[in-house]
Design a binder for this molecule. Structure first.
Ligand SMILES: NC(=O)c1ccc[n+]([C@@H]2O[C@H](COP(=O)([O-])OP(=O)(O)OC[C@H]3O[C@@H](n4cnc5c(N)ncnc54)[C@H](O)[C@@H]3O)[C@@H](O)[C@H]2O)c1
Length: 328
């Protein structure tokens, strides 16, 4: 049984805390947060202790640290935790600065401890099934990947201002999914972005609507369609077209009920946002981390995957600003 210390008792920390406490494979030993009240409440809910981050990192009764704190703390906590001999599962992104990620991964390499990055969508049962079939040759050679990723509504402007921008904050998941499905690194990227949802997002220096096109060295193509708004809920779809056919995974609806009338077929709304839509994915992600570490294998997605997604986000940002495709 893996003994966990959790850093961060916010939105995602609460979810990970419940998942750790809810699996037979793990035990939640302690929770830390700079908001001592939040740490104490979450710890109490799962029979754990509230401790400081440094106490968790140094603890002898903890094997692994799950980092779910704010983004600007991730790389420092990763470095401290691996240096103290802990296995680490860290939320995306490692950092908003690729150079900082490179330095952090050098520390991880020297420490020789496992690091997994929380690109949870790889563990969505539908997307994971699609990937398994893709790898088994279901559509022959991959030629075109399409990722559709639209949030139900934009976050507050205060969040946008500190987010690093749509490509680094939101599309980072889609860049990881694109790499996962393409099986090759993109070598050219062209991003176009607009402010169509809220002018305040533009005033904050960001875009709220973006499309990205990428090409790999062998010529595979990928398009990502991303928006901070979808009136019908959290829109998460992928499609892969290959030499032998097409494979796709659609949205998950709140129920499978359909109503047919003279006006056509109607179904219930799609699951509204990530905590609900990807609840099983977060559980499977945790399970994969524990299995890999206990088997002495490198967990995936790795720190390198975190770095490569960040490089794509950086290049997309540059491409949008210049208006030109960027070579990688
Ligand atoms: N994989 C996903 O689907 C997903 C979803 C949401 C958030 N995230 C990532 O998770 C991280 C947290 O996001 P959130 O939505 O839970 O944010 P949040 O603001 O709800 O929670 C962050 C928590 O970290 C705490 N914190 C900040 N600095 C700290 C420090 N130095 N030491 C200890 N605690 C500290 C805050 O007090 C807060 O409770 C972000 O990096 C975000 O990108 C990932």
């Amino acid at each position: 049984m893996m003994r966990f210390g959790l850093l961060g008792a916010g939105r995602i920390g609460k979810l990970h805390g419940a998942n750790i406490a809810g699996t037979d494979k793990a035990r939640l030993v302690a929770v830390a947060d700079i908001d001592a009240g939040a740490a104490a409440t979450l710890a109490k809910a799962h029979g754990a202790e509230a401790r400081s981050p440094d106490e968790i990192i140094a603890a002898k009764d903890i094997d692994a640290v799950l980092i779910g704190t704010s983004t600007d703390t991730h790389s420092d906590y990763i470095e401290k935790a691996v240096t103290a001999g802990k296995a680490v599962l860290c939320e995306k992104p490692v950092d908003l600065d690729s150079k900082r990620i490179e330095a952090c991964l050098e520390v991880v390499e020297r420490a020789g401890q496992p690091l997994m990055i929380g690109f949870n969508r790889r563990f969505d049962p539908n997307f994971a099934s699609l990937k398994r079939r893709l790898d088994a040759g279901a559509v022959g050679t991959v030629e075109m990947v399409t990722v559709i990723s639209r949030d139900p509504g934009p976050p507050p402007i205060s969040y946008i201002e500190r987010s690093g921008g749509l490509y680094r904050d939101m599309m980072i998941h889609d860049f990881d999914m694109a790499r996962f499905l393409l099986g090759e690194e993109p070598v050219v990227i062209h991003a176009l972005g607009s402010v169509l949802v809220d002018p305040a997002i533009g005033k904050a220096g960001d875009v709220d609507t973006a499309m990205v096109m990428m090409r790999t060295a062998s010529g595979k193509l990928c398009q990502i369609s991303c928006s901070r708004r979808a009136t019908y809920g959290y829109d998460q779809r992928i499609e892969v077209h290959g030499s032998g056919g097409m494979i796709r995974a659609g949205n998950i609806h709140e129920t499978t009920v359909e109503l047919a009338s003279g006006a056509g077929f109607t179904s219930d709304p799609v699951m509204n946002f990530f905590l609900q839509r990807y609840s099983q994915a977060y559980r499977d992600e945790l399970s994969a981390f524990i299995d890999a570490v206990e088997a002495g294998k490198s967990p995936s997605p790795s720190g390198y995957d975190g770095l490569m997604a960040q490089r794509l986000a950086d290049a997309a940002t540059r491409s949008q600003q210049s208006g030109d495709p960027v070579s990688l």
